[in-house]
Design a protein around this ligand. Structure first.
Ligand SMILES: *Cc1c(COP(=O)(O)O)cnc(C)c1O
Length: 355
């Protein structure tokens, strides 16, 4: 590859991917039946390895879907009869809210300005809300929520289900999967894989809610509703013919991450974030999108550029590094720089020099 992609998603592909694609061809896994033994074995081991990597309890369910967009839809359909509650601090959280509207539910929301987080101690969730929806790492603004505060909020409302979008922070963010009922990500960001695979992790409570709604004859969708996914997962299969290549690659990357150790990967992410942040803090020409340092994401850094973002991106591209534009209305004045496990410490050091 000619360039290193520091874009927020899709992003830099993990360096071992070409090798694993070759292996998949040689092992003929792409031609084999997804009802056969080879697939089932891989499916079992992928789920087990992910549980080990992210410290997910034994009893939680792991399902493969198409994307985070699909997770938004399935979660609303399967856990909400009427009312969801959304903490919205950017474009992705807003989309989750809109999907609830499109599915004819009655969502309510706490909204704060772009670039801000929430004062969790003052949040009051309406009595009728069945599901609380949050975006851990708002990729449009570069705000990361403090997960300890989110876990505390759940403890104040133990009877409500919680859904957390970790698309641009998995596997770096440390989640208590016994408390968070629906956690989801797609693999083209922090895992450095090709796009087209989403992962949904559920507590037994989320599954029970879907089964309850199904019994009440509420529409929970079809082949990817939670009970149907469970029925097939118990046979170590998926309802549809899945994205076998991406599941294969995901399995391989998880093995590499297990070998390296998740604590080491998280430590290295902090180290790289520190390099980027220190550069932008000491250089007066740049301005952080997120004003309060404690709210800044360590996986997506967003700054206002002295020149237009187009010019800056062009300038850095000459060194072989691709930065992302700001999101939506911020695209002309801001750049987004991702800091995922596929970005080496050495490349981040070089990037800081080129800035
Ligand atoms: C990229 C992104 C999504 C959307 O992911 P898809 O795989 O395109 O569905 C959702 N939420 C966040 C926070 C994202 O960064």
């Amino acid at each position: 590859m000619k360039h290193i992609y520091f874009t927020a998603g899709p992003s830099q592909i993990h360096p071992s991917i070409p090798h694993y694609v070759q292996m998949a061809m040689e092992e003929e896994i792409l031609c084999m039946s997804h009802r056969g033994e080879a697939f089932q074995k891989m499916f079992i081991d992928t789920r087990l390895s992910l549980k080990k990597l992210l410290n997910i309890p034994e009893e939680n369910h792991i399902f493969f879907i198409a994307s985070a967009n699909e997770a938004w839809e399935k979660i609303i359909e399967n856990t909400v009869q009427k009312h969801s509650y959304h903490l919205v601090n950017g474009a992705f959280g807003k989309r989750f809210f809109q999907i609830a509207q499109e599915l004819k539910k009655h969502p309510a929301a706490a909204m704060v300005a772009d670039g801000e987080s929430f004062d969790f101690s003052s949040i009051k969730i309406p009595k009728e809300s069945e599901l609380v929806c949050l975006t851990h790492n708002e990729s449009s603004t570069g705000v990361a929520l403090n997960m300890n505060h989110v876990h505390e909020l759940k403890k104040r409302y133990p009877e409500k289900l919680f859904a957390v979008d970790t698309v641009s922070s998995a596997p770096i963010v440390d989640i208590d999967y016994s408390l968070m009922d629906c956690v989801f990500f797609s693999v083209q960001k922090g895992f450095g894989l090709p796009a087209g695979l989403g992962v949904l992790i559920l507590t037994p409570a989320a599954m029970e809610k879907a089964q309850y709604l199904e019994k009440k004859d509420i529409n929970i969708g079809s082949y990817h509703n939670f009970p149907t996914q469970l029925k097939f997962a118990l046979k170590n299969q998926t309802p549809e013919t899945p994205n076998v290549l991406n599941i294969y690659l995901f399995h391989k990357i998880i093995q590499e991450m297990l070998q390296k150790g998740i604590q080491n990967i998280r430590k290295e992410t902090d180290e790289k974030a520190k390099l980027l942040n220190e550069y932008f803090e000491t250089n007066q020409n740049y301005e952080f999108f997120v004003k309060k340092p404690e709210n800044r994401s360590n996986t997506v850094v967003i700054v206002k550029t002295p020149e237009s973002s187009t010019l800056m991106i062009k300038r850095i591209k000459e060194y072989g590094f691709v930065l992302g534009k700001g999101y939506g209305p911020y695209k002309d004045d801001y750049v987004r720089i991702s800091n995922f496990p596929s970005h080496s410490l050495q490349d981040v050091k070089k990037l800081v020099q080129y800035l």
